[in-house]
Design a protein around this ligand. Structure first.
Ligand SMILES: [Zn+2]
Length: 153
């Protein structure tokens, strides 16, 4: 299950990625017209998550070729819960919250020069994004995200 979040739902996209789902986020400054987003969702088999009911008037959405869920303005956790319950999502290996890339587990030695010395000593497992190359580890920032995610999915 893959998702496409409209420009209002960037926060939700990041959380879906953290939960392990491929979630494209239509950024401001790129072509985020309804037509473009619907075409992309159709082409890539993505479910449209949008705060804008106007998408329902688009033919591929209307005739059911593009899955669609209207996500109202709610706290992030409640938005995520809505999507989780609607589509029966389960927790998976996280993706890069920044760019949606898949993460590889990499040994400490491979990332030693990319992380602060205190961090590399404290952690065994590191993750590197296949797309943007960012390195992640399960530090306190991740624990907070993980705790909040765990209450929903
Ligand atoms: Zn990335």
């Amino acid at each position: 299950m893959r998702f496409l979040c409209d420009a209002m739902l960037g926060g939700l996209a990041k959380w879906l990625r953290a939960a392990g789902y491929d979630a494209y986020y239509a950024r401001e400054g790129t072509d985020v017209s309804d037509r473009t987003l619907v075409a992309k969702a159709l082409e890539e088999g993505r479910v449209l998550l949008t705060s804008d009911g106007g998408f329902l008037e688009r033919k591929p959405v209307r005739d059911g070729r593009v899955g669609f869920l209207k996500v109202p303005h709610l706290p992030l956790e409640d938005q995520l819960r809505l999507v989780v319950e609607q589509f029966g999502l389960v927790r998976r290996q996280s993706r890069c919250m920044e760019c949606n890339g898949e993460l590889d587990v990499v040994p400490r030695a491979a990332v030693a020069e990319r992380v602060p010395p205190g961090v590399s000593g404290d952690h065994e497992r590191f993750f590197r994004c296949q797309d943007c190359g960012r390195v992640f580890w399960h530090g306190s920032h991740w624990q907070r995200i993980d705790d909040r995610l765990g209450r929903v999915i």
